[in-house]
Design a binder for this molecule. Structure first.
Ligand code: BGC
Ligand code: BGC
Length: 593
């Protein structure tokens, strides 16, 4: 804590009305709140949900939008203290919601790279691409320690090893927040806590574990990131032994704030307080008293303001708790220097030419190279020779949408190349190094052509959050995190099994059809988690886990052709069909060059 900031906070707090305090504790979603409402209700923060974008979704559209919100937030018509608004977004693998951004591998791939310095550099570049859009705050890094591969958010987790996650958390925060200067953004550690510990990997489910295990596995990774000065933390949808984190005084206040000394703000997750109690007013009372400071109430923010005000007036929420929350919000804004920054349109990095630049993409490509894990390799089929007759096949070969995964332009991700501007698909990367290679996605022309080797790019299709869960079909996904207009029928889990040959029989059939011609197959598997792939591995001469590499598919080609060696190592165990671990955390072959 900085004494000068604390003095300022106290001076301002004493000048604020209850309405302004409650407004500062409120975060609405851009589709549901106008600049005028930001001004009239003294709103503290606005966010974009996944896929929510202004205008044509170009940086200039974002800067203009943020400029309007910012200007409204500091208009002090009624003589109240002008408090600039903080705009938040899920920039979780680059500034991934915006067209043309550099899209980095999802966290699971970065975990395989075992390189905290790389993480720091990625975070610093991500900060610049966020600032290019006039935004100041990202809901990242995710410090989840995923323990069950059926969870739909495994790819947001660096590893099941808390030490690895801990080493990345610090680096990511340092990269994002830097010195909290012009080129830096505010970080948000999420989701506090135990998101990766839920029974059967059910998203937003219950973490039924002892406090000792919670601390050792799930709280420990936060410590270095908190020490590094992360300014914000997001509460988690899950419950811990039956009590929702959003209403958990022990987790939010006693452990995070009192014991660990966290002085920044705790933000709730998207409609997360709704799961604390079925009565909205009761949910507000319990979650604010438990320690939530800023409320992500995307489309219900007016009801929230009404309920919180009523609860304070009825004496159900002590004024001291409101003051503590507002202190934290002002402290974050002051620490970040928000009051001294010009309006978004006039900031140094707004609309910066470095957004999506070759330099940024080179870093993403390096990350892809370092993230690939060679699981199996026989008959020395790798590295590929550029002069060989190469067939490239598979659903994910020329599909930048699939290789980016969820949380890329659209919340659930996209299919095809259209929405991922710039960068290269895996096929395009191969083609650049080996111009003679042939793309034939279904290998429909095996009769007429002869090949020395085939690269078959298969795997999962994009998903996000609970819609990526593997669970029985009758178990619907919690509506909590889904857009209100999403048809109920769409709230189904991704699949019922982790066995790829059951989910995608056509992938195995493709490998087998090519192999039957005597063509050696290098399988490149694009996925957000370890998937049971014994049959696909057995049918291939080499099997590469490529995770969700992002926009720079060229990094995959670099490694396949031996321009750089394989060096990724599993951040998770990879199971076999017998239910046993087939490849252990840390596994990763090299091709010896
Ligand atoms: C997710 C968070 C995300 C938030 C805002 C929630 O559904 O759980 O990770 O930051 O939405 O988009
Ligand atoms: C959030 C979801 C939300 C979606 C709506 C995502 O960022 O995580 O909870 O439903 O945005 O667009």
């Amino acid at each position: 804590m900085d004494p000068a900031i604390e003095t300022q906070v106290e001076a301002w707090l004493s000048r604020m009305s209850l309405a302004q305090k409650v407004g500062q504790m409120t975060q609405g979603e851009r589709q549901h709140i106008t600049p005028e409402q930001v001004r009239d209700f003294h709103i503290g923060s606005v966010l974009s949900g996944g896929g929510s974008a202004p205008g044509e979704n170009r940086p200039a559209d974002w800067v203009a939008m943020n400029d309007a919100y910012w200007a409204a937030s500091v208009e002090s018509g009624d003589g109240l203290l002008p408090i600039p608004l903080l705009y938040g977004i899920d920039a979780i693998h680059g500034n991934n919601n915006v067209l043309g951004a550099t899209v980095f591998p999802h966290n699971i791939g970065l975990g395989a790279a075992r390189d905290p310095d790389l993480i720091r550099r990625i975070a610093a570049v991500t900060a610049k691409e966020i600032l290019a859009t006039g935004v100041e705050w990202t809901f990242a890094p995710t410090l989840a320690v995923a323990r069950d591969m059926r969870w739909g958010r495994v790819y947001e987790s660096y590893s099941s090893d808390p030490d690895l996650v801990a080493s990345y958390g610090r680096a990511f925060v340092e990269g994002l927040q830097g010195s909290l200067g012009d080129g830096d953004v505010v970080a948000c550690l999420k989701h506090w806590v135990g998101d990766g510990a839920t029974t059967d990997g059910i998203d937003q489910g219950d973490a039924a574990i002892s406090e000792e295990d919670l601390r050792r596995l799930h709280i420990a990774p936060y410590l270095p990131a908190l020490e590094a000065g992360a300014l914000t933390v997001m509460a988690s949808y899950n419950s811990w032994n039956g009590v929702k984190c959003h209403g958990h005084t022990r987790l939010l206040t006693e452990i995070l704030k009192d014991e660990l000394g966290f002085q920044g703000l705790v933000v709730s997750d998207w409609n997360g307080i709704d799961q604390v109690h079925e009565d909205p007013l009761e949910a507000v009372v319990q979650s604010v008293n438990a320690g939530i400071d800023l409320f992500m109430v995307p489309d219900t923010w007016q009801r929230f303001i009404h309920d919180l005000t009523a609860a304070v007036e009825a004496g159900r929420v002590p004024m001291a708790r409101i003051d503590d929350a507002v202190r934290r919000i002002l402290r974050v804004k002051l620490a970040y220097g928000l009051f001294d920054r010009p309006r978004p349109a006039e900031r140094t990095w707004s609309n910066s030419a470095s957004y999506g630049s070759a330099e940024h993409r080179a870093l993403a490509r390096e990350a892809v190279q370092k993230s690939l894990v060679l699981l199996d390799h026989r008959e020395d089929v790798l590295p590929l020779s550029k002069g060989a007759r190469i067939l490239v096949a598979g659903r994910n070969a020329d599909n930048r949408g699939h290789q980016c995964g969820g949380f890329t332009v659209a919340w659930q991700g996209s299919s095809g190349n259209a929405l991922i501007e710039g960068g290269t698909s895996i096929w395009e990367g191969i083609q650049q190094l080996a111009p003679g290679a042939v793309l034939d996605v279904d290998a429909s022309d095996l009769d007429g052509a002869s090949y020395d080797v085939a690269v078959v790019v298969i795997g999962e299709s994009p998903y996000a959050e609970g819609m990526g869960d593997i669970r029985p079909a009758d178990k619907k996904v919690a509506r909590g995190s889904a857009p209100a207009d999403l048809p109920k029928a769409d709230l189904v889990p991704y699949a019922q099994t982790l066995q790829h040959r059951i989910n995608r029989p056509e992938d195995l059939a493709l490998i087998e059809r090519i192999a039957a011609r005597g063509i050696p197959v290098v399988t490149v598997f694009v996925s957000g988690r370890p998937v049971i792939t014994d049959a696909e591995i057995a049918a291939s001469q080499a099997f590469v886990a490529a995770w969700l590499p992002g926009s720079e598919g060229g990094g995959v080609a670099d490694v396949l052709f031996g321009e750089v060696p394989f060096r990724g190592r599993l951040g998770f165990d990879w199971a076999g069909v017998d239910g046993k671990t087939r490849f252990t955390l840390g596994h990763g072959l090299s091709t010896g060059n």
